[in-house]
Structure formats: structure tokens, C-alpha cells
Design a protein around this ligand. Structure first.
Ligand code: 5GP
Ligand code: ZN
Length: 138
């Protein structure tokens, strides 16, 4: 399924150009136009899903299998020291393009990438209750 006026549906279909490092029938992998670091790329399904909340498990499994290969390819060519996988869902979480995508961000000593949060303090009673209630959905 594709969505009209979706930028990444158009990139997926090759209607808008992208620097693509890999594609198959189901996915396209291309470099981010505003990279956080050298080699920053995105994996998108060619089918339109807004967010993780819509993505089916089979597509997710294939996408993550592909991510392992892309990550190894980037590491082999770029000699990055590490890599962040970032995947934003919803405006509140920083999503700006509402077609599911996984960021692969190679990391290097001295880079300017910032993927951080302030560590909080767990309330163990609340965590136990959440483990039951959320777990019941899985
Ligand atoms: P988000 O903030 O939704 O997780 O990430 C969207 C990403 O898409 C951003 O990192 C942004 O730089 C990238 N992006 C937006 N438009 C284009 C485009 O036209 N081409 C490419 N290659 N990347 C894009
Ligand atoms: Zn789309």
C-alpha cells in the first residue's frame, strides 16, 4: 500500500531520487540527506506504514535482518567504532517523515551525534504492575 503525498513512498518507488545503497522488492536503503554522521542511512519498507504501531511482524523481522547486513557493510567500509539504530514514532518522539524508517548512524570518536536522555529512577511497584498490564498485550 502506498500513501499519496508521502515523501518516502515516492523515494521507495524511485520517483524522487535517493542515493540508494541497496534495494530489493520490499525495502530500500539510502543515505540520509542531512546525515548525523558519515554513512548515516535509512531503511524503509516500500509499503507504507506510518509508524511501528502499524508495521507487521513479518516485515519488521525482514527489515531487521536487512539492518544487520547494512550495519556490517557500513562498518566494513567506514571503520566506524559503533552504531546507533534510531527509530522515531510520532512527533513527540522526533518523527518528521511519517513513513516508517530505521536510522543507522555510524559512530566515530569525536563525532557530534547526540542520542541521550536523562536517566530517571524506577518505581519498582509501578514497574511490576506495568510488566503485568503491558505484558498481557504481547
Ligand atoms: P525522522 O526525524 O522522521 O526520524 O527522520 C527523517 C529523516 O529523513 C531525517 O534524518 C531527514 O534528514 C531525512 N530526510 C528527509 N527528507 C529526505 C529526502 O528527501 N531524502 C533523504 N535522503 N533523506 C531525507
Ligand atoms: Zn509512505
Amino acid at each position: 500500500m502506498r500513501k499519496d503525498d508521502c515523501l518516502f513512498c515516492k523515494i521507495a518507488a524511485g520517483e524522487i531520487p535517493s542515493t540508494t545503497l541497496y534495494e530489493n522488492d520490499d525495502f530500500r536503503v539510502f543515505f540520509d540527506i542531512n546525515p548525523a554522521s558519515r554513512g548515516h542511512c535509512l531503511i524503509i519498507p516500500k509499503q507504507h506504514y506510518d509508524t511501528i504501531f502499524d508495521l507487521d511482524g513479518t516485515s519488521a523481522a525482514s527489515l531487521f535482518t536487512l539492518a544487520t547486513k547494512v550495519a556490517r557493510g557500513l562498518k566494513a567500509e567506514l571503520n566506524c567504532e559503533g552504531m546507533n539504530l534510531v527509530q522515531n514514532n510520532g512527533t513527540i518522539a522526533g518523527q518528521t517523515v511519517f513513513h516508517f524508517h530505521l536510522h543507522l548512524i555510524p559512530r566515530y570518536t569525536g563525532d557530534t551525534v547526540n542520542v541521550q536522555w536523562q536517566p530517571g529512577e524506577a518505581d519498582m511497584d509501578e514497574l511490576k504492575a506495568l510488566a503485568e498490564s503491558v505484558g498481557s498485550h504481547i
